[in-house]
Design a protein around this ligand. Structure first.
Ligand code: FE2
Ligand code: FE2
Length: 180
């Protein structure tokens, strides 16, 4: 919960100069994103299926912890009334990145990684990344790209598999990181 509050605070900074409507959408994405983070894999699978979806087969097989994101996105419309497609896309793919993201997805991705309670916050100077992400949409895209590179590096160093969506996002952003 401390993490979620901290993500909401960080996203509030990133979205500080946005329109009130988009800022509110970004904050809702922050509050929703880890709603299923403490659920078991079985609970996540159950809520995904009860929403009429099948669990992401790659996540199910290689990294079931990722299913908390799909669970939150599948659960939110009926449980909370969330209907903003940008919010739901941000929540659904927040651990991996997604090539179709606009500003809300990128802001959640940056805030989730850069919020100050992360153990690596000081070592990676994530406060500086957050400041830059708040300074305009091109800076947000550039910082999201940097966060993706940091996360890929951590996965490689930790000998962990990389979700295909992260690779697709890398390929989309490396050519046009500023794309909206
Ligand atoms: Fe998460
Ligand atoms: Fe999170």
């Amino acid at each position: 919960m401390a993490h979620v509050e901290s993500v909401a605070g960080a996203i509030g900074k990133i979205a500080g100069a946005w329109t009130p409507d988009r800022r509110a959408a970004a904050r809702r994405a922050a509050w929703l994103h880890d709603a299923w983070r403490n659920a078991t894999v079985e609970q996540s699978v159950a809520v995904i299926r009860s929403a009429g979806e099948e669990p992401d087969p790659w996540a199910f097989r290689h990294a079931p912890v990722l299913l908390h994101a799909q669970a939150a996105a599948a659960w939110a419309p009926t449980a909370t009334g969330e209907a903003d497609p940008e919010v739901l896309l941000a929540v659904r793919h927040h651990p991996t990145g997604h090539p179709d993201w606009g500003a809300v997805g990128r802001a959640l991705y940056v805030a989730d990684f850069c919020e100050p309670t992360r153990a690596f916050a000081a070592a990676l100077q994530t406060d500086r990344l957050l400041e830059r992400a708040a300074s305009g949409s091109e800076s947000l895209a550039a910082v999201a790209f940097e966060v993706l590179a940091l996360r890929l590096r951590r996965a490689i160093d930790g000998n962990r598999p990389i979700h295909p969506d992260s690779i697709r996002t890398w390929n989309a952003w490396v050519e046009r990181p500023e794309r909206e």
